[in-house]
Write a protein that binds this ligand. Structure first.
Ligand code: CAA
Length: 384
């Protein structure tokens, strides 16, 4: 395949959700992905994405970005096409958007000027520090504290499962400023070189992903590093996740498409019982299920993204549906692809084997599938 030719079955880019700028951006992302080699060193990717201009989609135009405000369809297109080629490229792209998301969406102009241009260039890596050992799905249970003292806050506590731990230049950290559950959380920016901040652990995962634990030991930050008002942290986290959850679905679609394309090629070449594997009806049932599942996922992802771009104040339900359906379906597609490859499918390095591992964490991070189901059901029941 020539380097600039789009991946097989990229007809979805002609769907009415997109305009010519989206299609040109997709070509740009794909050209980048085609010329990059594999690198399992996560730190390589943000500078490479930044140099290619792709991270401009992660920040607003006023700070070096492409669009006046985040264009969720562009974020989704980038994630799908990067995930189609390199899991860590997708991850690095996603984290620049999500890590800087609270600054982009709720920061002051000073905070935005200080952090966002470097995020868009890939010279400052961002991280989103929400989860704790005992507060992952239940965000309102966060224990980490931020105590105001003069014109500073003193941060004490620990964070767990933090992407880009040890790589990030700054972390958006959610901590408790009052004992009032969800309403007692606030958001802060912590520079990686702040005294009292340390990365205590690196966590090895099923597929390469820089993940770790953080500790804040009487870590003093200026009061001006607080994002939004005291008590707004929970809503800042949720509103940021509303924007980025559909992009997780898009990444899942990219992994799934890669596994499916490889499986389709395989079944048309592989012969058994005097015919092609593709000629067997049980194979065709799997192909039909993969293709339909993937298109349904894309429709949900781009519905949520389109709604947000069109100005919807909340896309909580749409984003939850997109993430849940796309990540669960992608896991099934990767599993079916492994099955169609047979023994080769479980050999380390096989495309389907890699996708099978790469997809798994997406059903957990940024809100597990079970949380998405709660969000969807609540939105329907509350409307009764
Ligand atoms: N936007 C704005 N406001 C929102 C909101 C949203 N999407 N969702 C909830 N709120 C508001 C509610 O309206 C409510 O406000 P009022 O009290 O004024 O009415 C308030 O926030 C509390 O909401 P809930 O009562 O619904 O809160 P809850 O404690 O029951 O929790 C939850 C809801 C949906 C389960 C939430 O805790 C959640 O989403 N959990 C999953 C957490 C998650 O996604 N973690 C991901 C970690 S980050 C990560 O994985 C990134 C990475 O490193 C890769």
């Amino acid at each position: 395949m020539p380097a600039t030719e789009m991946p097989a079955r990229s007809g979805w880019l002609q769907w009415p959700f997109f305009d010519e700028q989206h299609r040109a951006f997709a070509e740009h992302v794909h050209a980048f992905a085609s010329r990059m080699g594999e690198s399992d060193n996560a730190a390589d990717w943000a500078p490479a994405l930044g140099s290619a201009g792709l991270l401009r989609a992660c920040v607003p135009k006023a700070y070096g970005g492409t669009a006046a405000r985040l264009d969720v369809r562009s974020l989704c297109i980038a994630r799908e096409l990067l995930a189609n080629s390199h899991a860590l490229a997708d991850f690095a792209f996603a984290m620049q958007g999500l890590g800087a998301g609270p600054v982009t969406l709720f920061g002051t102009p000073e905070q935005q000027q200080r952090y966002l241009p470097a995020v868009g260039r890939g010279t400052a890596i961002a991280a989103f520090a929400l989860s704790e050992e005992a507060a992952g799905s239940d965000v309102a249970a966060i224990e980490m504290r931020a105590q105001p003292e003069g014109d500073e806050y003193v941060l004490s506590g620990e964070k767990m499962w933090i992407s880009n731990a040890g790589l990030a230049a700054f972390y958006v950290v959610f901590a408790r400023t009052a004992d009032t559950g969800a309403k007692g959380l606030s958001a802060f920016i912590v520079d990686a070189d702040t005294s009292g901040f340390e990365v205590t652990r690196r966590i090895d995962t099923i597929s390469p992903h820089p993940l770790g634990a953080l500790k804040f030991n009487a870590c003093r930050i200026p009061a001006g590093n607080r994002i939004g008002a005291e008590g707004e942290g929970f809503k800042i986290a949720m509103a940021t996740l509303d924007v980025f959850r559909s992009t997780v679905g898009a990444a899942a679609n990219g992994f799934a498409a890669r596994a499916m394309d490889a499986a389709v090629k395989h079944v048309t070449a592989r012969r058994l019982f005097g015919q092609r594997l593709a000629d067997m009806q049980l194979t065709q049932a799997k192909i039909a299920s993969m293709a339909t599942g993937l298109d349904a996922s894309r429709l949900l992802v781009y519905r949520a993204a389109y709604a947000k771009d069109a100005g919807a104040a909340r896309v909580t339900r749409e984003a939850a549906m997109a993430k849940w359906h796309a990540t669960e379906t992608a896991s099934k597609i990767a599993d079916d692809a492994v099955q169609l490859f047979g023994g080769q499918g479980v050999v380390r390095g096989n495309v389907a084997e890699r996708a099978y591992r790469d997809i798994r964490a997406l059903r957990i991070y940024e809100g597990a599938s079970e949380i998405q189901q709660i969000v969807i059901a609540r939105s329907i029941l509350e409307a009764q």
